[in-house]
Design a protein around this ligand. Structure first.
Ligand SMILES: C[S@@+](CC[C@H](N)C(=O)[O-])C[C@H]1O[C@@H](n2cnc3c(N)ncnc32)[C@H](O)[C@@H]1O
Ligand code: SF4
Length: 384
């Protein structure tokens, strides 16, 4: 049976980080009872169109570690009752390393969470201050040590290619991170997203982005170090020991079905109509209060549900799959549209990208090479 993933979005944070364009909001108070009921209601509504067992659940945000463990538990229980769980279901919760949240790790585990992803971002006090984080280095160590004691599967995030960061500094920081023997690491280069405080500061000249050449060097060094530590990348920014890849995120990149609940969550769902398989894109209201209002009047927070044209399905599958080291399966693309696949393979731009060593086409997959991966957006723009 095809995998089915469930994403649950918790939209609140203690403060807004200046680089973040995620759907995250700061509120003076949150009525946890109301939010629990609303999320449970949307889960129930979502189950009306999908009935197969879930292969993964991901609590993302925002800061889902601000949720009450009892809410996490109620959602996991209801998800199991409504959909059923496949035997080795992966249940991840994203957490910030503030001490208030670390204290809840044991209860999250009791609630059914079996994988934790910590937003450490840096082990350097100055960097944490620059990134506007609400935690300090000591809390990062404490969260990591507790998580590794309590959970079998722990991942953490770091942000690099920060302004003024040198190759030497990043190498030292990454080697330091590796001393914790992680089995999964997400390593993101800092990006200046539209509408963020950092983007405004960049425009005003108050901060200067690292130059592209140095960013590329940092990326290459990252791959080299991670390969040496048997944590190769399986996606542009994600590294794991063999078998420790995030099964939930693989679902997105392999363009398999996922349900999204909570403010701003989106989903991709296949519905069968007789012989026909149709893919729908769902998008929830982003603003927490608007989503909550819609739950109370409609029983769901859906802003749009669109039937995707075959060409769009093909393009989305390609854009997601090419991020993976394994690449995109030609069989998958063929199933979506043989005509679109033939036209893609006949494109002169694809041949040029192959000749220049940015892409390779094997008998089963189309994938980016190590030369193509760091400039994937440019490769895709050229190809399309
Ligand atoms: C949903 S976000 C945040 C999760 C959690 N609230 C936290 O802050 O730790 C997931 C990850 O995306 C990364 N991220 C977010 N914005 C970024 C940016 N502008 N540049 C690079 N990485 C970013 C961070 O590493 C972050 O941990
Ligand atoms: S805590 Fe995480 S989700 Fe919240 S604003 Fe900061 S980076 Fe964004």
């Amino acid at each position: 049976m095809e995998p089915l993933a469930l994403y649950i979005h918790w939209p609140f944070c203690v403060s807004k980080c200046p680089y973040c364009d995620f759907n995250s909001h700061v509120r003076n108070s949150v009525n946890h009872d109301t939010w629990e009921q609303a999320l449970l209601q949307e889960l129930q509504t979502a189950s009306l169109t999908q009935k197969r067992p879930l292969t993964s659940i991901f609590f993302g945000g925002g800061t889902p570690s601000l949720m009450r463990p009892q809410t996490v538990e109620a959602l996991i229980e209801k998800a199991e009752a409504l959909f059923g769980f496949s035997p080795h279901i992966e249940i991840t919760l994203e957490t910030n390393p503030n001490s208030f949240e670390t204290e809840k790790f044991v209860d999250f585990k009791k609630a059914g969470v079996n994988r934790i992803s910590i937003g450490i971002q840096s082990f350097n006090a100055e960097a944490l201050k620059f990134l506007g984080r609400a935690h300090c280095v000591k809390e990062a160590y404490h969260a990591l040590e507790s998580a590794q004691t309590i959970f079998d599967r722990v991942s953490f995030d770091l942000i690099y290619a920060r302004p003024h960061q040198t190759l030497k500094e990043w190498e030292a920081e990454l080697n330091h991170a590796l001393q914790f023997s992680p089995s999964h690491l997400s390593l993101y280069q800092l990006t200046f997203e539209e509408g963020t405080v950092f983007e405004k500061r960049l425009k005003r000249g108050e901060i200067i982005a690292l130059n592209e050449n140095l960013s590329s060097l940092l990326y290459e060094k990252t791959q080299e170090i991670m390969d040496q530590h048997l944590l190769p990348s399986y996606e542009v920014s994600n590294h794991a020991q063999k078998g420790q890849e995030s099964r939930h995120n693989l679902c997105y990149w392999r363009y398999q079905d996922y349900i999204g609940i909570g403010p701003g969550a989106h989903g991709r769902i296949t519905q069968e109509h007789g012989e026909k398989h149709e893919k729908y894109a769902t998008q929830n209201f982003k603003l927490p209060e608007k989503w909550l209002g819609s739950i109370q009047t409609e029983g769901h927070g859906l802003e749009t549900k669109l039937l995707l044209e075959k060409e769009i399905v093909f393009e989305e599958a390609l854009l997601m799959g090419i991020r993976l080291k394994e690449g995109i399966s030609l069989e998958t693309l063929k199933k979506i549209s043989e005509t679109a696949l033939n036209s893609l393979l006949a494109r002169p731009s694809l041949k040029i990208l192959e000749q220049e060593g940015f892409l390779v086409k094997t008998s089963t997959h189309l994938k980016a090479t190590s030369k193509g991966m760091p400039i994937l957006n440019a490769v895709l723009a050229y190809m399309m």
